[in-house]
Design a protein around this ligand. Structure first.
Ligand SMILES: Cc1cc2nc3c(=O)[nH]c(=O)nc-3n(C[C@H](O)[C@H](O)[C@H](O)COP(=O)(O)OP(=O)(O)OC[C@H]3O[C@@H](n4cnc5c(N)ncnc54)[C@H](O)[C@@H]3O)c2cc1C
Length: 478
């Protein structure tokens, strides 16, 4: 019998797990995929929004600003990449200036610090590749960029270090209220708990509607992206947004924390909750719209494209709290953008709700910090030489594009909630994220995975499930 079961190991579920792990309670997270960060949390713009977008007085606005405030300290405590690079919302026509003014006023009302409207010259001095048409911009110095994978993984690892259990490849299929709580049926058996936290991303409406008479509806809203090579990473230094439209914040151009350039997303409503394929039309739209705000984007440097699904609830608001008509069931639904930014604050809110409901006591031995996978590039030359002497695997480069060593890959696999697949290694270390997109390092990373996980090469997958890479040996057919 658990005190709390969280459905979903994205940023919302993992942040809730981490914040709840401060208290004396028996908690577990059930995740249908093979790893944390396999849903929307792995495919987004990775922006830590300043907080001028969400409607004044909304929960979205409050948690956005609070999450932004928390992110810097959290990145130090949990050792994941975060940078406050500042954001710009570009105005291309004088007659759209009222749109910028509206955002500025909303930002002030939401409590966003240091907002400023820049004129043409100030903007150009700050961002030389901005479009010649740009006449003004809203500047938010508190805007930032983050590694979404390691934010998610770090919160989950820290929750785990504080006693939260994680069960992967465990799909929740049914929920039933029982006398003292809930019975949760999964693909791997039945669990019992006093409280349920529904952090199932685009599937959160399914679980909400299973138990409540007040139905909600989530539309998967697809966003397509192009990711450019690091040679294009300095094309802009701030996150450059277009003025927002009906479907959200529009197409942006931004550096990433790892030095790439990211261009996107679209906003296309679809029905398939697994429909993360990109389309030619979507990517063309991204390119056309990005070039309206930033000139000379070196689109020949695109190394990959991808898409993510926003969990767009009809009311466009975060739905967080115990359901009025269903006691013991805490929704964490409709977590679309700025959900990544807000995640630390979402975790705090979920934990506060349950602390009060369950009269939870704080642990004396809560571990507040966590160390990420050691990146030898952060060491001095002497330290690196010493490291290689002690652990020669740090002298063996596996991914040539990102210069990732065998030592880092072993660390990613062996740590708690460690990587089990090629994508798991990629999200933790960046092996396979470079310009050759894993063409060179895949077989070598697979060999390390097979050795470390005591599996054969036939069992190593790209991303769990049936995504095996080696299906047979050519000579078998001879
Ligand atoms: C195109 C796009 C751009 C975005 N850009 C930004 C941005 O720049 N900044 C920002 O702040 N936010 C951004 N967001 C929003 C942000 O990515 C999301 O708000 C956030 O990742 C949602 O996290 P989550 O944990 O709610 O969902 P998810 O990460 O999807 O996690 C839900 C988890 O639940 C699991 N699950 C589902 N059903 C079951 C089941 N039956 N049993 C067990 N497990 C289950 C899933 O496998 C998944 O792992 C963007 C989103 C998109 C799509």
């Amino acid at each position: 019998m658990y005190d709390v079961i969280i459905i979903g190991a994205g940023v919302a579920g993992s942040a809730s797990a981490r914040e709840l792990s401060r208290y004396q309670a028996k908690i577990c997270v059930l995740e249908k995929e093979e790893d944390v960060c396999c849903g929307t949390s792995k495919a987004n713009s990775a922006i830590v929004h300043a907080g001028y977008d969400a409607a004044e007085g909304s929960l979205m606005a409050r948690l956005n600003v609070r999450g932004n405030e928390m992110m810097e300290q959290l990145s130090k405590d949990l050792d994941f990449p975060f940078k406050r690079n500042g954001s710009l919302v570009v105005c291309l026509h004088e007659d759209e200036m009222s749109g910028l003014e509206t955002l500025y006023k909303r930002g002030i009302a939401n409590g966003v610090p240091d907002l400023r409207i820049l004129n043409r010259e100030e903007l150009r001095a700050m961002e030389p590749n901005i479009s010649d048409e740009a006449c003004a911009a809203l500047y938010a110095p508190t805007g930032g960029i983050v590694c979404p994978f390691n934010l998610n993984i770090a919160m989950a690892e820290n929750a785990n270090a504080n006693g939260v259990e994680f069960y992967f490849d465990t799909e929740v299929t049914d929920l039933r209220p029982v006398e003292d709580g809930w019975e949760i049926r999964t693909s791997k058996g039945t669990y019992k708990t006093r409280y349920v936290v529904n952090a199932a991303g685009v599937y959160a409406d399914k679980f909400h509607n299973m138990v409540s008479n007040k139905k909600i509806h989530i539309t998967p809203r697809r966003g397509d992206y192009c990711l450019l090579d690091k040679t294009a990473g300095n094309h802009v230094s701030h996150t450059v947004f277009a003025l927002p439209g009906k479907y959200g914040k529009g197409v942006l151009v931004t550096p990433t924390v790892h030095g790439n350039l990211l261009v996107g997303p679209t906003a296309i409503d679809i029905e398939n909750k697994e429909g993360t394929n990109t389309t030619r039309e979507g990517l063309n739209e991204v390119i056309t719209k990005a070039e309206m705000n930033v000139k000379n984007i070196p689109m020949r440097q695109v190394i990959t494209s991808f898409a993510g699904l926003r969990a767009h609830e009809d009311g466009h608001e975060f739905l967080i709290g115990e359901l009025e008509d269903v006691k013991g069931f805490i929704d964490c639904a409709g977590i679309e953008s700025p959900g990544l930014t807000s995640s630390p604050a979402i975790g705090e809110m979920v934990a506060d709700i349950l602390k009060e409901k369950m009269d939870l006591r704080e642990k004396e031995n809560f571990i507040a910090t966590r160390k990420g996978v050691l990146n030898p590039n952060t060491l001095s030359k002497e330290e690196r030489i010493q490291l290689i002497k002690e652990k020669p695997e740090y002298g063996n480069i596996i991914c040539r594009c990102e210069m990732i060593t065998e030592g880092e890959i072993i660390d990613a696999i062996r740590r708690p909630l460690g990587a089990k697949s090629l994508d798991g290694v990629k999200r933790r270390t960046r092996a396979g994220m470079g310009r050759c997109q894993a063409g060179f390092c895949s077989p070598r990373t697979m060999e390390i995975l097979a050795r470390e996980c005591h599996k054969s090469m036939f069992e190593i997958t790209k991303s769990g499930g049936n995504s095996q890479i080696v299906k047979g040996i050519n000579k078998d057919s001879l």
